[in-house]
Design a binder for this molecule. Structure first.
Ligand SMILES: NC(=O)c1ccc[n+]([C@@H]2O[C@H](COP(=O)([O-])OP(=O)(O)OC[C@H]3O[C@@H](n4cnc5c(N)ncnc54)[C@H](O)[C@@H]3O)[C@@H](O)[C@H]2O)c1
Length: 435
C-alpha cells in the first residue's frame, strides 16, 4: 500500500520506517527543511535503537522517501497519517494547531479517495474536527474517510513496540475504511480493535492516565515506606506478583516525564473540565508527580545542608533511558532547583546532552560519569541508563569531593553503597548512609 506520513518525529518516523520494512511504499513529509535534509542523508534526527538500519534498508529497497513536499506525498498515497506534535497549551489543553494545519494542507492536495489517519494523541472530537476541516476545503471535489488510530509506542523501544504492538486501535465511522487500515497493519500483527472514533481517542488518554496513576501511586507508597521502614522494591515485587496488578509501572523513582504522560494527563483533565467533570485520581497523579521529582533535592539538602556553593553532578538527563528526549524530564526541574538555590551543576547523558544544552545553559556538560563526579559534593542518578548501572563505583567515589550519592532510580545495592563509603540515599528504601 502507498502511505504518506506527515511529521517525522518519534512517532511518524518510527511508523514510516516500520511500514516500509513490512512492504509499504512510504513517503515521509516534514515541514522542517533541516530535518528533511538530515533524513535524506540517512541520519536519524532522533535517538532510537535500530532506526538507522531500518531507514537504510527502506531507502535501499526504494520503499522509503523523505520530502518537504506535502502535495507529492498526498498525491502518491492511499493512506495519509497525521503524526504531528500536540503539545500542551498554557491552560493544560492540547495545542491542535499542527493537526489543523496538516488537515488543511492535506485537503488542498487531495484528489480522488483518501483515508486520513490521525495517529497524533488528540482529544475526543478531533476526528470530527479534522473531517470538518477537510470537508469545508474540498467542497465535494474529493472523497475521504478520517480514522483515529492512536499510537502506544514508548520512546527508547519505539521500533520494537511498533513491530510488536499489544493492540492496534482503529476508530472509524466507515467500517470499510477501518478494514483497509487493519490490512495495512496485518504484516505487523497485534490484536486489532475497531471502535467508534470517540472511543479510540479516549482509549489513548485513558491508557496514559492509568499508567501515570500507577507510577504516582507507587511513588506515594515509596514515601510512606521511607517513614515506616518498609522497602518499596520488595513491596512492588509482592504487589506485581498479583496478576490483577502486574509488575509494570511499579518502579518508584523521581516520577514520570517525557512528551506524553505529563501532557496527556493535563489534556484529559482539561477535557474533563470542559465536559463539567473532575477527574480526582488523575489530578492527584499529576500533583504527586510534580512533588516527586523534587524529592531528589530534598534528599540532597538533607545530606549537604545549604546548596549555595556546592557542586552537584547529574547522571542522566533524558526523561528515560535509551532516548535523547528531554521534554518534561525530571532532570530539568532538579537542575533548575539546584541552580536556583545557589548550587552549580555538572551533568552527563549518553544521548541527550545536545538537547539539554539548548534547554539549560548554566550547566557544565561532561562526557561521562567520571568527569561529572570530579570535585562534586554529590551525585544524583536521575536516568537509569545501562552505562550508569555498570560504573566503577570505587573510582567514582575517589573522584568526588564528598561521597553523597542520591540514587533517584533505586539502581544500586543498599548494602554495597555504604560499604563502599558512599552516603547513600535512595527512594522508598531505608537510606543506609548512617549505618
Ligand atoms: N513520542 C512518543 O513517545 C509518543 C507516543 C505515542 C503518541 N505520541 C503522540 O504522537 C504525536 C507526535 O509525537 P512525536 O513525539 O512524534 O512529535 P515530535 O515533536 O517528535 O515530531 C513532530 C514532527 O511533526 C512535524 N510537523 C509539525 N507540523 C507539521 C506539518 N504541518 N507538516 C509536516 N510536518 C509537521 C515537526 O516538524 C516534527 O518533526 C503527539 O501527538 C504525541 O502525543 C507520541
Amino acid at each position: 500500500m502507498r502511505v504518506c506520513i506527515i511529521g517525522t518525529g518519534y512517532v511518524g518516523l518510527t511508523t514510516g520506517v516500520c511500514l516500509a520494512h513490512f512492504g509499504s511504499d512510504v513517503i515521509c513529509v516534514d515541514k522542517d527543511a533541516e530535518r528533511v535534509r538530515t533524513l535524506k542523508k540517512g541520519i536519524p534526527p532522533i535517538h532510537e535503537d535500530g532506526l538507522k538500519e531500518l531507514m537504510e534498508g527502506g531507502r535501499a529497497r526504494g520503499r522509503l522517501e523523505f520530502t518537504g513536499d506535502l502535495r507529492y506525498g498526498v498525491a502518491n498515497s492511499d493512506i495519509i497519517f497525521i503524526t504531528v506534535g500536540t503539545p500542551s497549551l498554557p491552560g493544560g489543553g492540547p495545542d491542535l494547531s499542527a493537526v489543523r494545519r496538516a488537515a488543511a494542507g492535506i485537503a488542498e492536495c487531495m484528489d480522488g479517495y483518501s483515508i486520513i489517519v490521525i495517529k497524533s494523541t488528540v482529544p475526543v472530537g478531533t476526528q470530527k474536527l479534522v473531517s470538518g476541516i477537510i470537508k469545508d476545503k474540498v467542497m465535494g471535489q474529493a472523497v475521504f474517510d478520517v480514522l483515529s488510530n492512536p499510537e502506544f509506542l514508548r520512546e527508547g523501544s519505539a521500533i520494537f513496540d511498533t513491530m510488536h504492538p499489544d493492540r492496534v486501535v482503529i476508530g472509524a465511522d466507515n467500517p470499510e475504511a477501518a478494514k483497509v487500515l487493519a490490512r495495512l497493519y496485518r504484516p505487523i500483527g497485534g490484536k486489532v480493535l475497531i471502535t467508534d472514533p470517540e472511543s479510540a481517542e479516549m482509549i489513548k488518554y485513558a491508557s496514559n492516565a492509568f499508567l501515570a496513576l500507577k507510577i504516582s501511586f507507587i511513588n506515594e507508597i515509596a514515601n510512606l515506606c521511607e517513614r515506616t521502614g518498609a522497602d518499596v522494591t520488595k513491596v512492588a515485587l509482592g504487589m506485581g506478583l498479583d496478576s490483577r496488578i502486574s509488575p509494570d509501572f511499579l518502579k518508584a523513582g523521581l516520577g514520570y516525564g517525557g512528551s506524553c504522560f505529563p501532557k496527556d494527563t493535563r489534556a484529559l483533565q482539561d477535557l474533563a473540565r470542559k465536559n463539567g467533570c473532575t477527574l480526582k485520581t488523575v489530578e492527584s497523579a499529576i500533583e504527586v508527580n510534580e512533588d516527586q521529582r523534587l524529592r531528589a533535592v530534598e534528599k540532597l539538602k538533607a545530606a549537604l545542608g545549604d546548596l549555595a556553593g556546592k557542586t552537584v553532578g547529574i547522571l542522566g538527563l533524558s526523561f528515560k533511558p535509551n532516548t535523547d528526549d528531554i521534554r518534561e524530564a525530571p532532570s530539568l526541574d532538579i537542575i533548575r532547583e539546584i541552580i536556583g538555590q545557589g548550587g552549580s551543576v555538572k551533568a552527563c547523558d549518553p544521548a541527550a546532552v545536545p538537547n539539554a544544552k539548548k534547554a539549560i545553559h548554566e550547566v557544565e556538560y561532561c562526557d561521562d560519569a567520571y568527569l561529572t563526579a570530579q570535585g562534586a559534593d554529590a551525585l544524583i542518578l536521575v536516568t537509569e541508563w545501562e552505562q550508569y548501572r555498570v560504573l566503577d563505583l570505587k573510582r567514582l567515589k575517589s573522584l568526588m569531593k564528598r561521597p553523597v550519592f542520591i540514587d533517584g532510580r533505586n539502581v544500586y545495592d543498599v548494602d554495597a553503597m555504604p560499604d563502599l563509603g558512599f552516603e547513600y540515599y535512595c527512594i522508598g528504601r531505608r537510606d543506609y548512609c548512617h549505618k
